[in-house]
Design a protein around this ligand. Structure first.
Ligand code: AGP
Length: 588
């Protein structure tokens, strides 16, 4: 969601800020804007739509040493020029990611002090407050410090002030922000990809810390305005890892990285069929809650089946946005597992904080290194997926599923099962090489598609259906195969597309019967299975290599992802940046 980039340095700031915003496009946005100084005066340009629209509106001959930029994903007020960032009040111009929860109250208060608001946004109260404080005491750092006790909600802020055109300021609470050091200048950004073209050295800003950044100096203060020293981090991957490398879309590129992502994740935790020290001691927990959103939640469902089957420990899986508002029956032996690719999903972060407040140990399964969820959990296990740019998650899902399977083995101490991971990358490669267009062609003009399966296959149905919904805008709906006859089967008629998944030996016969029930009503069935089945129950067949159930979901998800991709392509959708969606959902 909303992306922030800022630069102050010896080189031209605007192209650097625009480059950064382009790399943050994957976060999702519907308008964009920049602010910069020229001849000592502030200029702000904002446009609805893509960054390319904004670029066209900017003068070509501008050279400026400082600029801030923003991509906005509308929350408070429609996507319009006025509501786009940067927002300005008095001498302060601000870009913001997050939500100011008490903005209405603050607006009311500031209006009494004669402040006029022009937008419908929550953000505008921030420059207004800063300007108000500045009139009382013209000390920018102290003005920013005062936000901590005044503002509730989440924010990452890039701030510039007309009276200090040598410094860019930044602070955060709840929303991510990094400060990066390049050869000829310094950056602020919502995420590492924004700065990789220029540098791979960066600092993570912690809650309420304030950065004061000039051309050649980065000074970071804690919430008491004491100068602090931060650890300099280096992004280990290549900048190229976030480029398309000849693929038409990031989603396709990322799916095709899955064999390597699997190997990297597996090898990070296991060597010679034994766990390395990277796995924490988890054997004393007797009850597990898995909490996550979207696809990560579906990984949690797979994890439930694997952990319960292997370790005989009860596992409940909850959607993070519900978790903090319901009764959660913890005890001292409860472990709360949070799964999140971005590590910044506001609902998941809130659930993690709730569990911590209740004194419960938490384990985070995260992709983005140093993200809030990764930093705040009791234990953190990273998947090794590398940067994921496409809004629809694919390689991170596969890596999370790999790690869930390893976790189930670790908790149950069933080290004998590790052998089933050996050589799996070859099977992943085989599935990646198949042509899924024929299946996509059969369904891409439909508006409703049914996915049916049982147990872990049902979790995969949910994921397949979500891939279709988010990239193709087709209503893919998943059902537990056995539930169909309790109502939904009334919707099945001639040619209704049904994707049946039947890979689980335990429920194979039952699932096949349910699929036959749809075929008997003349549905058009695509069957995904790993066993020979009666040919009367499908129209098209996708065979998955037969492997142990512990690793089977890692393979089964691949055709679902590629069908989602091919359908979106046939429908001409904006595959990497679907409408209304954001990669990292940082609002609750
Ligand atoms: C998946 O394709 C979605 N874009 C979405 O459901 C995502 O999995 C969810 O928002 C959770 O994100 P996270 O893993 O970064 O927490």
């Amino acid at each position: 969601m909303c992306g922030i980039v800022g630069y102050v340095g010896k080189e031209n700031a605007l192209p650097r800020v625009l480059d950064g915003l382009n790399f943050l496009e994957y976060r999702g946005y519907d308008s964009a804007g920049v602010a910069y100084f020229t001849n000592g005066k502030i200029k702000i340009t904002k446009e609805v739509g893509r960054i390319s629209v904004l670029e066209k509106k900017l003068p070509k001959d501008i050279y400026t040493n400082m600029a801030i930029g923003h991509t906005r994903w509308a929350t408070h007020g429609e996507a319009s020029k006025i509501n786009s960032h940067p927002h300005r009040q008095g001498k302060f111009t601000v870009v913001h990611n997050g939500i100011i929860e008490n903005y209405a109250e603050l607006k009311k208060e500031l209006k009494k002090a004669k402040v006029k608001f022009i937008s419908e946004t929550d953000t505008e109260v921030i420059p207004a407050l800063l300007n108000y404080y500045y009139q009382q005491e013209p000390n920018i750092l102290k003005c920013i410090q005062k936000l901590k006790n005044k503002v509730t909600g989440s924010y990452a802020l890039g701030i510039i002030c007309d009276d200090d055109q040598d410094h860019l300021y930044a602070t955060r609470c709840g929303s991510p922000l990094i400060i990066a050091k390049a050869a000829k200048g310094n950056f602020i950004a919502s995420d590492v990809p924004a700065i990789l073209k220029y540098t791979n050295k960066y600092y993570l800003l912690d809650e309420y810390e304030i950065a004061q950044i000039s051309m050649n100096k980065i000074t970071i203060y804690n919430a008491d305005l004491k100068e602090i020293t931060k650890e300099e981090l280096t992004f280990a991957g290549q900048a190229e890892s976030i480029l398309l490398n000849g693929y038409e879309h990031y989603m396709l590129k990322e799916i095709h990285e899955e064999d390597q992502v699997f190997l990297d994740t597996f090898n990070y935790y296991v060597t010679d069929n034994k766990f390395k020290k990277t796995m924490p001691h988890l054997k004393n927990y007797r009850q597990i809650h898995i909490v996550a959103c979207g696809s990560a939640y579906y990984v949690g469902l797979i994890g439930k089946f694997l952990i319960e089957r292997l370790a005989q420990i009860p596992v409940t899986v909850e959607v993070a946005s519900e978790y903090r508002y319901q009764e959660n029956f913890y005890n001292k032996q409860t472990l709360v597992i949070i799964i999140s690719q971005s590590g910044e999903t506001a609902d998941s972060l809130a659930a993690l904080r709730k569990a911590k407040e209740d004194g419960i140990d938490t384990l985070a399964i995260v992709n983005v290194i140093g993200s809030s969820i990764a930093r705040e959990a009791t234990y953190t296990l990273y998947i090794k997926a590398g940067p994921e740019i496409a809004v629809a998650t694919t390689k991170a899902f596969l890596a999370q599923t790999t790690l869930m399977a390893l976790l189930a083995i670790h908790i149950s101490n069933r080290l004998d099962l590790l052998k089933h991971f050996n050589g799996l990358e070859q099977k992943i490669k085989y599935l990646l090489q198949q042509d899924y267009r024929q299946y996509a062609k059969a369904i891409y003009q439909e508006e409703n598609i049914f996915y049916i399966g049982r147990q872990m296959d049902y979790a995969l149905c949910l994921e397949g259906a979500l891939k279709l919904k988010e990239t193709s805008y087709i209503n893919g709906v998943a059902y537990q195969a056995g539930e169909l006859k309790h109502g939904t089967i009334s919707l099945i008629k001639e040619n209704t597309p049904v994707i049946g998944i039947a890979t689980e030996a335990k429920v194979m016969a039952k699932t096949i019967s349910n699929i036959k029930e749809t075929k008997a009503r003349k549905a058009q069935v695509i069957l995904i299975t790993n066993q020979d089945v009666p040919d009367k129950c499908y129209d098209k067949l996708i065979m998955i290599p037969k492997v142990h159930e512990i690793v089977s979901p890692i393979l089964t998800v691949i055709p679902l992802q590629l069908i989602g991709y091919e359908v979106a392509k046939l429908r001409g959708c904006d595959i990497d940046k679907p409408k209304n969606l954001a990669k990292s959902v940082t609002v609750e």
